[in-house]
Design a protein around this ligand. Structure first.
Ligand code: AMX
Length: 428
């Protein structure tokens, strides 16, 4: 058994003991009440899911396991997947074994490239990523084991196998999508001497600079997971809860990530910064920039990269990217504009609409595009693919743990307007 598998098994035992304790102490205790506004309002604020891979604290941001963003942001993505799924970082030997496993599984079947090359030239790269993974569904070891009647207690082990096979192929898949969609179509071979993010940087074929590989590492670490209720993670979990295998579930999660209110938002941020650059120049005066922001707001648009459904402070992932930018591309005009926006926008949003904006602070998207731009990745449509490659780690870890804990199919109850009206009438 690999160290990763052992680590997950131990983690599942710990989590199960905690759940037993929770149930013994108060299985029927109420932790959240649902009002009618929430039924019609995207279930915002309803506590209805348990997710042990990560947690977003409104005031201190993302935790993976017990670690804050500051504490995990210098790690490798492989270490992060270990942490997400076992609750612990791997030791050196376990990390090397895991990396070697990934290397052995990195080859993409030729039919995937045939599918992707047959699509219309202007197909969105997120469609290609989702479809690329879905096209490999026939390879699912979970599906095959299920058909042979595997035990429920073994589900997670086969989902781990599927996860490893999917994760291993993501750098080549994303790199290939980039080359087919934006390059000359020539694919760069996987290099087994490189780690997971190093291979992604290598197979994109955009930039050989070490800084770019460092950025890919940071990017893949920071976007890995954001608890269980966000659109993509929740979608992936719902689909997998029906025992659709991880190829289906990961593809479904990516389809959610492709939405402009979720993962696609990151491409809007760089577009916004480039517009400022075009209209106001590389180093806009603070008062002029302030007036520009107010114009954008008054014309009914949001400021991309600012605000968050859960966070109420500057996203620590934004800070990690800003620190990277200070070290690696402090003179880049987009980075400088992104920094200037950070010094102006929160104050404006705080007073906008009588303080209606719940969080005037920047989220992770406000900075990432400027850094990608610095290293020559200027195809906005590709940004969500990078986000997606990282987020698949969270989808996989969440689903493996949920299966290991024997969680049932997800099926909340919906009601009709008539039902709600009758309930209100009955209450008087
Ligand atoms: N600029 C202008 N107005 C904003 C705003 C922003 N950046 N963020 C929030 N508001 C407005 C909302 O539009 C809303 O106005 P309305 O009631 O007139 O419609 C009001 O403030 C209250 O909204 P909220 O409770 O603060 O935010 P929310 O939880 O409903 O939405 C989010 C959160 C992120 C969708 C929103 O802040 C937004 O649209 N931000 C800009 C886009 C963005 O950066 N998205 C990235 C999200 C992160 C991710 O998933 N990648």
């Amino acid at each position: 058994m690999t160290d990763l598998k052992k680590g997950i098994q131990n983690h599942l035992l710990e989590l199960q003991l905690e759940i037993d304790d929770i149930f013994a102490k108060g299985r029927d205790s109420v932790v959240s009440e649902v009002n009618i506004g929430q039924i019609y309002g995207g279930m915002r604020g309803v506590v209805a899911l348990a997710c042990n891979t990560s947690y977003v604290d409104p005031y201190s941001g993302l935790y993976i396991g017990e670690y804050t963003t500051d504490e995990f942001s210098n790690k490798l993505p492989e270490e992060i997947f270990f942490l997400l799924s076992t609750g612990k970082f791997p030791d050196k030997k376990s990390l090397l074994n895991f990396q070697s496993e990934l290397n052995q599984r990195a080859q993409i079947p030729q039919y995937v490239w045939d599918v992707l090359r047959s699509l219309p030239k202007d197909t969105h790269p997120m469609t290609m990523l989702s479809l690329g993974i879905l096209s490999m569904e026939n390879e699912s070891v979970f599906k095959k084991a299920y058909q042979k009647g595997m035990k429920k207690s073994d589900y997670w082990k086969y989902s781990l196998e599927d996860s490893m096979n999917i994760l291993a192929k993501l750098p080549a898949l994303a790199g290939g999508i980039y080359r087919i969609r934006f390059g000359d179509g020539h694919l760069i071979p996987h290099d087994p001497s490189l780690d997971w993010s190093g291979n992604l940087a290598h197979m994109l074929g955009v930039n050989d600079d070490k800084g770019f590989a460092d950025l890919m590492r940071l990017y893949l670490v920071l976007h890995c997971d954001h608890e269980g209720g966000n659109v993509s993670a929740f979608t992936s979990r719902v689909v997998n809860s029906a025992l659709s295998d991880l190829y289906y579930a990961v593809s479904a999660g990516l389809n959610g990530l492709a939405g402009p209110l979720h993962g696609l938002a990151n491409q809007e941020c760089l577009r916004f910064i480039l517009e400022i650059h075009d209209k106001l120049g590389a180093d806009p005066d603070e008062q002029v920039l302030r007036a520009y922001i107010l114009d954008v707001l008054n014309s009914g648009h949001v400021i991309p990269g600012y605000g968050h459904a859960v966070l109420r402070v500057t996203d620590p992932r934004f800070t990690a990217f800003m620190n990277f930018g200070e070290t690696n591309c402090a003179t880049n005009p987009c980075f400088k504009i992104a920094k200037k926006l950070f010094s102006i926008v929160p104050d404006i949003l705080m007073h906008y609409k009588e303080g209606k904006v719940a969080n005037p602070w920047p989220n992770v998207d406000a900075m990432s595009g400027s850094l990608l731009n610095h290293y020559g990745v200027n195809e906005f449509d590709f940004y969500t693919v990078l986000f997606g490659v990282s987020r698949v780690m969270g989808f996989c870890a969440q689903n493996i743990l949920a299966q290991g804990l024997g969680q049932p199919i997800i099926r909340p109850k919906s009601v009709t307007n008539k039902w709600v009206l009758e309930r209100l009438r009955a209450k008087g």
